[in-house]
Write a protein that binds this ligand. Structure first.
Ligand code: AHM
Ligand code: MG
Length: 334
């Protein structure tokens, strides 16, 4: 029996026929992300040695300090996508406006746009804690061959063709979905290839981890405060365990494997929540649903929200369905 695990490259080729609207372009796009992930991984791993920790001195569109690795990851992913002429537009957390990609070589025939957070959880970089890349892929709405427009990016999450994340952790993984389940690939650094290590990932039936920045507790809506107290109650399978890394990708990834809920509410300090709908919440929500879980803004399904602008923020509750629904019930019961 052949028990060798397929590489990500082999998996993409083998499954190309099952991708929606398959023409090989999505496969090439995923391959570009795979390549950029390897380059960023290499840099993340040696960051402490080559003075990449710390701030670059610039401030991004959200008014946050950009870290050197943020800038490096942003440039790397954008170049990997641009150089291969496989996307017509890109939105990045690090850039104010969307990027129009001119694909002269193939007559501007690309049909995909990519939205991404090139290095999420970057405040964790300096302290050697896991960070991630999050990406979301859509088919454009405007005609192929014309420059992309804002409407190509402001699509609800249900239109996503593929989404995923890279986690630069104790090992480096790419986890993604094309709407046909979730698969995780682990990098073998000695060989430089990603291997299918986590096929058909599913949230466990039940969860007992809640992940939230409790330092902001007093600023949370009453319903969220009540839910946190519920998690801490000594009753039935509770108290739940509290685990919070402060890196969405890492917190979500752990909860998908162990069972739990990720909570980032609106609050008196973050009126609309902190996480970005288009390139943080939507891709994670797509993966969560494909893995049998739920993602909500407290009242509505994340994937059905109609975005108004590219850097829009939204409250985010994501994880085991029963846990998310319990939290929603506390929000409704003021
Ligand atoms: P970033 O995109 O600036 O890195 O911020 C997003 C991160 C998420 O990964 C993480 O879950 C959250 O911000 C942590 O925020 P806080 O420090 O307020 O708990
Ligand atoms: Mg981010």
């Amino acid at each position: 029996m052949n028990t060798r695990k397929p590489t990500l490259g082999e998996f993409i080729i083998e499954n190309q026929a099952s991708f929606s609207y398959s023409s090989g372009e999505l496969s090439r796009l995923l391959n570009a992300i795979r390549l950029a992930a390897k380059v960023v991984n290499h840099e993340v791993n040696k960051a402490g040695l080559v003075d990449l920790f710390g701030s670059s001195g610039d401030v991004n569109v959200q008014g946050e300090q950009q870290q050197k690795l943020d800038v490096f990851a942003n440039t790397t992913f954008i170049q990997a996508l641009k150089n291969r002429n496989i996307v017509c537009g890109i939105v990045s957390e690090e850039d104010d406006d969307f990027i129009k990609v001119d694909c002269i070589d193939n007559n501007n025939s690309s049909k995909y746009v990519v939205l991404m957070d090139p290095l999420d959880g970057s405040s964790n970089i300096d302290v050697n804690v896991s960070v991630g890349t999050v990406f979301s892929i859509y088919r454009r709405i405007t005609p192929i061959g014309s420059p992309v427009e804002m409407e190509d990016f402001l699509q609800p999450g249900i239109n996503q063709v593929a989404a995923g994340y890279v986690i630069y952790g104790t090992s480096t993984m790419i986890v993604f979905t094309t709407g046909d389940g979730v698969n995780g690939f682990t990098l073998n650094p000695a060989i430089g290839s990603f291997y299918l290590s986590h096929p058909d990932m599913k949230f466990p039936e039940t969860g007992s981890i809640y992940s939230v920045n409790e330092g902001n507790y007093t600023h949370f809506p009453v319903g969220v405060k009540k839910y946190i107290k519920y998690c801490q109650m000594d009753e039935g399978d509770r108290p739940y365990t509290s685990r919070y890394i402060g890196s969405l990708v890492s917190d979500f990834h752990r909860n998908m494997i162990k069972g739990g809920i990720y909570i980032y509410p609106n609050s008196t300090i973050h009126q609309d929540g902190k996480l970005r709908l288009l390139y943080e919440c939507n891709p994670v929500a797509f993966i969560a649903e494909q893995a049998g879980a739920k993602a909500s803004n407290g009242y509505q399904r994340i994937l059905e929200l109609k975005p108004k602008e590219i850097h829009e923020r939204v409250p985010f509750y994501c994880g085991n369905t029963a846990m998310v629904e319990k939290l929603e019930s506390f929000l409704l019961d003021k």
